[in-house]
Write a protein that binds this ligand. Structure first.
Ligand code: SIN
Length: 476
């Protein structure tokens, strides 16, 4: 922690009481810092404060809220180096990726500072002569979010920024593995002048308890969740009682498809970026590769060469491209899936082994068949299984043969095929000759059991707005 320069960030990150949560560095198991945890009644108090704060926040003009958000954006960027270092310490991702995530996270604040001023309603031609109809947009109210450890800042800002821009108050429960980044980014919001009760962080020893409190509390009008499909399903069911508005960004099983007319160099480059970003721990990471028979050998040999060249290590060391996975449980889970793949007949072409600490060798599995059960599961690690295919029809059937529908990628140079495949893939996002698709400018989200709702883009603000219809009568 000694290289964090911003003293106010450093001080909040070192607070600890008797029941503080210790945060471990997954690269070496050392303790990075401590975070105070709240009791259930303290979380209840936060919700009540949020209710009161929302009323005055909503009354401010969109332009005022925008200025405060814009100042927050500037402070995040001014503290980019400190935030990135902190992120690598608690999450493990290589420092350049953390630097990139801070900018990615900040970009949502900047974007929604602008979009908040455009929460337009509309006028509607009336249905009788004496009537005039219109809609106005109003904030949903008190909102809450449960965010994951894989993007400790960006997954908070892409929910909090549209909520605040729309006039909602917001409470976030970050993952217990990465609350330091959450506290740090929220501290910067305070420094920017965003009122304390409008944007709050809560941490509890038991994430399930917070999930219960958020979903059952009638004051919270919306819950936004990023995480697994299993937990999302549970939160949706629990939210039914209070008919809560929910947005769910859940698991993925992204196919990465290389057609026979693809530019192979470009496809290998895209595959590396898509598969190994954050050590394979993103919902949109390529989870299974489909490579056309004609170019299979060429693609696979180039891909394996590139994977062998990846440098694994502590994310703070120069040149490291693959950091640790988040914890030892994650490591075990990934290796179990590799073992299952081998039992089912796949071959380890490179990697496949555990390394000391929370590290897993970047792995390529060949000889993979669609019928192998592990292909239906989200790997969430640096493992790339490759399936060979022959026809477009077979490919579409296999790519869509999953409960998930978040992201898909394909490489082709044939414009007719590009349109047909893009339209046939049952996914919320499709990368065409591109392995990295995330940006604040476009709607991020899935279909099927990957969830619903969109984050970023024009759609991101709508998630935190209600449409109210006004009917003016008696106009003779
Ligand atoms: C995620 O893994 O949930 C988010 C990935 C991204 O924003 O690119």
């Amino acid at each position: 922690m000694d290289k964090i320069n911003n003293k106010s960030l450093l001080s909040i990150l070192c607070e600890h009481g008797d029941d503080a949560l210790a945060i471990d560095n997954p690269a070496d198991g050392s303790v990075v810092g401590y975070i105070p945890v709240q009791s259930e009644s303290e979380i209840d108090e936060c919700i009540e404060k949020s209710r009161l704060a929302q009323k005055s926040w909503q009354k401010r003009t969109a332009k005022e809220r925008s200025s405060l958000l814009y100042r927050w954006y500037e402070l995040v960027m001014e503290n980019q180096a400190d935030l990135a270092r902190l992120m690598t310490l608690e999450q493990g991702k290589p420092l350049p990726e953390s630097v990139g995530e801070v900018a990615y996270g900040a970009s949502f604040i900047q974007w929604f500072a602008e979009e908040g001023k455009r929460a337009y309603g509309m006028t509607i031609p009336g249905h009788t002569e004496d009537k005039r109809l219109m809609t106005i947009k109003q904030p949903v109210g008190v909102t809450a979010a449960i965010t994951p450890w894989n993007f400790p800042i960006a997954m908070i800002t892409r929910k909090a920024a549209p909520a605040l821009a729309a006039g909602c108050s917001f409470i976030v429960k970050p993952a217990n593995q990465t609350p330091l980044s959450a506290y740090a980014v929220v501290e910067l919001a305070r420094q920017a002048g965003i009122p304390e009760d409008v944007l709050q962080v809560v941490v509890h020893q038991s994430p399930e308890t917070v999930g219960d409190l958020f979903t059952h509390h009638p004051t919270i009008r919306k819950l936004s969740f990023t995480g697994s499909t299993r937990v999302g399903r549970h939160l949706i069911a629990q939210s039914a009682e209070t008919i809560k508005n929910t947005s769910m960004e859940l698991g993925g099983n992204a196919p990465f498809i290389v057609f026979d007319d693809a530019d192979i160099d470009q496809a290998v480059q895209g595959a590396m970026a898509s598969k190994f970003r954050n050590a394979g721990q993103t919902c949109v990471c390529a989870n299974r590769f489909y490579v056309h028979d004609e170019i299979y050998d060429q693609f696979v040999s180039q891909f394996i060469e590139a994977v062998k060249g990846l440098k694994v290590g502590n994310g703070l060391e120069a040149g490291v491209q693959i950091g640790p996975v988040i914890d030892s449980l994650a490591k075990e889970r990934i290796l179990e899936k590799v073992n299952l793949a081998v039992e089912q007949g796949a071959t380890v072409a490179t990697g496949g082994k555990a390394l000391n600490g929370c590290f897993v060798e970047p792995t390529v599995l060949t000889g993979v068949q669609q019928s192998m059960s592990f292909i239906q599961e989200e790997l969430f690690g640096p493992v790339a299984p490759i399936v060979r295919f022959n026809t477009d029809e077979e490919l579409i059937q296999q790519a869509n043969d999953t409960i998930y529908g978040l992201a898909a990628y394909f490489y082709s140079r044939d414009i007719t095929r590009i349109w047909k495949i893009a339209e046939s893939l049952e996914y919320g996002m499709v990368g065409i000759n591109e392995g990295i698709i995330s940006t604040e400018l476009a709607p991020f989200g899935g279909v099927k059991q990957s969830g619903f709702g969109r984050e970023g883009g024009q759609e991101g603000l709508e998630e935190y707005l209600e449409t109210k219809y006004l009917c003016f009568g008696g106009i003779h």
